[in-house]
Design a protein around this ligand. Sequence first.
Ligand code: CTP
Length: 404
Amino acid sequence: MLKGKKILIGITGSIAAYKIPLLVRLLVKQQAEVQIVMTPSAHDFVTALTLSTLSKRPVLSKAFDPETGQWDSHVELGLWADLMLIAPASANTLAKMTQGLADNYLLTVYLSARCPVFFAPAMDLDMYKHPATQQNVKSLVQRGYQLIAPSSGELASGLCGEGRMEEPEQIFERIRSYFAKGQRFKDKKVLVSAGPTYEAIDPVRFVGNYSSGRMGVEIAKAFAAQGASVTLVLGPVSIVLDLSGEIDVIPVTTAQEMFDGCMAFFAQADIAVMTAAVADYRPEEVSETKIKKQADDLTIKLVKNKDILATMGSQKREDQFLVGFALETDNEIENAKKKLHTKKLDLIVLNSLSDAGAGFGHHTNKVSFIDKSGETKPYSLKSKTEVAEDLTDTVFAKTKNVNN
Ligand code: CTP
């Protein structure tokens, strides 16, 4: 699982640094390639000799060594890694990571890293509890960095409380399960719909909605990161698409195009997640020329669009898993459950509009998952990236017996 995986470990100035050689040993035993980067103060707590011996690579601490003239590119190192771990992450480094400061080599590598970054804070309990530190941890998590939360116990100061860096075996397990997760949907085909649809009134006007497409894009990315080959049928959106992995984007504009795009792939899909805010109605007639302003009022007759999700539900095979979204403003759970049954879904994601920071346009969302048996799991307000992770975890748990 870890063979050949490139892992960058950034060590900062905290007594918990003494535990990192054990972690390096565990990783190297599994044939991972480990590169250590240390901040200047990390050297006060653990020796570079121990770490370079165990990792079988020179430890890096600065970009330029004036004695040898050697220059190490932080950008190359940031691109080299499959995963970066900052452990122990001191309060000082957490603050700098949050602010984007780059006053040492470790931080420049961190800012250049394109891979997932995990961080394991270690400090005294009052430093960890301090609102500034808590705010920094929260910001980093919201940006999608993975927190390896400190545990409670006796600290180096003699005080007892939260702030003790997680044990090397637990950190190793998080890294191992991250790479295992990367293969969870290997050989699976996933269909995702996202964004709004635009229904033309005339050549310059349309009926549409505020959907940004962000939730669906995050879901497509999460499945792709876990090994799936993803088809993303995407309505007109203005967000920047930083897609990686196997994601095939089918751009569409109208509900009919989205219907055609989705139905062309549905039969091959193992999993379908319909997040799109499809227009329920379209103008019956589309004027070929721009409608001129005339009378004081204007009536546009709308006719119903086909329901993509319901059509899929009616054609769904036993081996397919179908997820819908419900955006409700009242009788939320009851309405979502009704939708789950009428559209024959396996799971419905109830999107709350009543909570600040949830719904259209935000980077965060507050959802509940409801399954066929009626089991309802509410989640707290999270980044859309985290919601997408929660969804892939749930879909994996519910499909692993069916498909594997
Ligand atoms: N959906 C779809 N095709 C449509 C309308 C909706 O695939 N024509 C999907 C959405 O992508 C979402 C789910 O159905 O996953 C719920 O959409 P929503 O608009 O909330 O449900 P409706 O059935 O349209 O009910 P209502 O608007 O009355 O709440």
